[in-house]
Write a protein that binds this ligand. Sequence first.
Ligand SMILES: [Zn+2]
Length: 504
Amino acid sequence: MAYVPGTAWQGKYPHHDEPLPNVCSASSRADAVQELVSLLSPLLPGQPFSGSRQLQAEEHREILSAIQNLVPTLSRDDRVFATFHDGQVHDPLGGGSYAFEKDLVGPLLTALKDDEIHSLTREDARHRAHFDGTITRPIIIHAGAQPNNSPHVGTLIVFCYAFAVAREIRRRLLEKEARSGRRMPPVSVQITFVDTAPVNGYDKKVNGVKYQTAYRDVNGALAVNLPDYYQVMHFLSAWADIPFTTSYQSQFFSGPYMPELIRYFAECRRTLGKQLSPKYGTVALRAACPVPDCRLAEKHGVNNEYSPLMKFDDDNMEAGDDNDWIITFHCPTHGPHYISTDNPADLARLEANAPARNLLRSMSQLMDTETHHVRVTGADYAGMYQETFLYRPLADWAYKSTGGLGIPRTPHILYAPLIMDWSGAKLSKSLYVRKDGYQAMKLLGTDSLCSYAQMKEYFGDNGTKGLGRLWREVTEWMDDPKKLFRAFSIEYLRGIIIDGERWN
Ligand SMILES: [Zn+2]
């Protein structure tokens, strides 16, 4: 890469893992400084071309190019490049932003109402004429988090979105209540913690098979970051005036529909394995080794064995009526251990990877005809991920299952905007968790956007300032829903959260 004085910077931006090009030698920096100084000198006070004279476009461009050339030469240790923008914020319409430009919550409430109509029993259907289209079931807005760090800005946006949409739904229901005089159902938020996420440094590979240890199985691991999550939930709940509950994986796997769903997973494991894991072809159901100091769980379920549960009946051993299953897991040190699908305490031990959890969650929520479930998650799960790992297996299930759907219903999922770095990649939690993932953000003063803990440290308060600004921003997206169907850059958020300013 060559530095060419007086021209736009000609080098390519190196990949994150590539060594820094030699652009910060004393001579290249001196050249770059000289170039910029010579361009700026005529603008100094007392110079013939100083004052408020409008720069010609070519001059302007030359100065910007000289700045771009200078910036990477400033430090050998901190890799930084300059880019410029015009500060204009566009919210172009297209796809979701066009379809839901004026309203997001109205169509959602219509869909929930239709779910109630679709799940009426034949008996109820006779009285459908009396059904006035009012939602009668409680509504829960779900979001989730892996508590392996203080809440990352993407997680904070998902949480804000969940409370903001709950507040808007409740506002509309209360309006209806005032008009109709009929009591409307409650609206709440539920945050589910994936306390089965793996702890860094506790993973292991034996004979090519990957094993991991979950947060809930490492002493004290959960306690590190959970207080930050609860603090965020308490603030958002107070600001939205919406109650919240929390849930953990053992509660998720103890749900009323789980025995039937795990039986289905065991029975259809070959098809589901191919659908849920293009890499391994297996269903990643896990259980930690029960030996207290071990707690290893096999990551991808490649060694799991599934066998029908045999029951003694009239002196004969035969498969039970409920088609229950024994799933055997293997610890590399302590050998096999198993769960039985007819034992709730066994099921509470289960863990699943993200696609399997996603599918099980949607299935159990679809089977629940007492409560409405709406989920908020990051937009990186929208599109092909859901079409491949959720809707395709759901269509199979609806076709095969006798106790499942039987009626055409699909999950209600809202996708929260992602926050992008300069290259358009999402601000990644795993990169942030990795040491020095976002070194440059420290230099640029935007690292307080990385996590709630850093935000608190930056503002020197209890979290209300930064989170409050983010909450106000997300509620504005809710009021102007086309903004919920795009991404936002770190630079945009910097203005909103760190500087407390609007871009427009
Ligand atoms: Zn073990």
